[in-house]
Design a binder for this molecule. Structure first.
Ligand SMILES: *Cc1c(COP(=O)(O)O)cnc(C)c1O
Length: 398
């Protein structure tokens, strides 16, 4: 029964690394292995490679080169932005505003800071996952030092009104951080025009390598170091640079920001066809997230009466890789905090399927999913006492 096909539709979890990116990286494992802090020739080659990558990231964001700092990924960038600003500005105030739908790298960092004496407001979202700018403005106090709101949500794909939110933060003279890990390559970004003070990104979400990311820090922002040690990254982030990773990040961001409109048209048309036909073909199904203000490749649909992880196992058997907001089989009864924040019942959240398309997906992939998915949902519902009784109780006992 296991199919030889592999349909990868989990690009929000990670992407493959583009061959051009791998090729750009390879010489920095072998020929140019020097430590950029040293003074001989091959060290200078490494340093030059880091400078080039920094310029590539700066250009993609509309930032200056000396506002880009390389990190180990999105989680470190989020931790650094939030803890760094909190610790450096606590004399000014101890209040932070974020949202209920952030990635755990932001949410758990804020929860940690609550134990350290900071107060955190977790803004609610509407049924589409959108933050209301007036609610943000209402939450601001004279103790607020940082606002951290994600650019685009990793589960439901909702794109937040970042320019508007950034403008409110600037008006009140409060630092504005955005976790843009999912947005890079999908949304055109200009940190200056959008009043963004800090921005996190991660290479493996846009066809670069894993374990490398960057934090944009606007000049003049008061921020404590997260990693202490040597003088790398202009004394702000210690540790010998991940040269090959940084080269890959630079190359990848250059590629994915070169032609965002064309990329979006292609991915979105595949996603829209998948979405439309799934909602038509499969009864008791509903879209999660915003119908338009969403990442082009994001499909997130709940199927009532079934459990997401069973669905994933069956899809995996057919060669389809996706993800779910359910966590029944992994021992946690709590479904996705994002889906719950949009007002879904736990039962409907447990039946969610996220498929995130990328640039290697084809129309044939969509045809294949449209053939397999309805069958899987039907089979699971036939096995579901919930469906047979059509009650809405439980959700994990399928
Ligand atoms: C993946 C992701 C992160 C974490 O990035 P890593 O590089 O895996 O640490 C943070 N925020 C969002 C929105 C993400 O999707």
């Amino acid at each position: 029964m296991a199919s030889k096909r592999l349909i990868y539709m989990d690009h929000s979890a990670t992407t493959y690394t583009k061959p051009e990116v791998v090729n750009a990286m390879l010489p920095y494992f072998t020929e140019y292995f020097g430590n950029p802090s040293s003074i001989y020739g091959i060290a200078r080659d490494s340093k030059k490679a880091v400078d080039t990558a920094r310029a590539q990231v700066a250009k993609a964001l509309g930032a200056d080169v000396d506002e880009i700092y390389f990190t180990s990924g999105g989680s470190e960038s989020d931790n650094w932005a939030i803890k760094g600003v909190a610790y450096s500005n606590r004399k000014k105030g101890t209040h932070i505003i974020t949202t209920q739908i952030e990635h755990h790298a932001v949410l758990h960092t804020c929860q940690f800071l609550e134990k350290e004496g900071f107060a955190v407001t977790y803004l609610p979202v509407d049924k589409y996952g959108l933050v209301d700018p007036t609610e943000l403005e209402r939450a601001i106090t004279d103790k607020t030092i940082l606002i951290s709101i994600m650019y685009a949500n990793n589960e439901i794909g909702t794109i937040e009104p970042i320019t508007e939110l950034g403008t409110i933060a600037r008006k009140h003279n409060i630092y504005f951080h955005t976790d843009a890990v999912q947005a890079i390559g999908n949304v055109p970004i200009n940190v200056k025009e959008q009043n963004i003070d800090l921005l996190s990104l991660s290479a493996h979400k846009f066809y670069g390598p894993k374990g490398v990311g960057a934090l944009y820090i606007k000049k003049g922002v008061r921020i404590e170091n997260l990693i202490h040690g040597g003088g790398q990254e202009r004394k702000k982030r210690a540790g010998t640079e991940n040269i090959a990773g940084i080269v890959g990040l630079g190359k990848a961001i250059e590629i994915v920001t070169a032609d965002i409109p064309n990329h979006n048209v292609k991915i979105k048309s595949m996603r829209d066809r998948l979405l439309k036909q799934v909602l038509e073909k499969i009864p008791h199904s509903q879209l999660n997230g915003h119908p338009e203000k969403r990442l082009p490749g994001n499909f997130n649909v709940s199927f009532e009466f079934i459990e997401g992880e069973s669905m994933l196992l069956w899809l995996d058997d057919e060669g389809i890789c996706g993800s779910t907001g359910s966590a029944c089989t992994s021992g946690s009864l709590e479904p996705s905090h994002v889906l719950l924040a949009t007002g879904l019942s736990p039962e409907v959240a447990h039946g969610s399927l996220r498929l995130t398309l990328g640039d290697a997906n084809t129309d044939q992939d969509i045809d294949y999913v449209l053939d397999v998915l309805p069958k899987v949902v039907t089979k699971l519902r036939e096995m579901s006492p919930l469906y047979l009784k059509s009650t809405k109780e439980g959700g994990c006992n399928v």
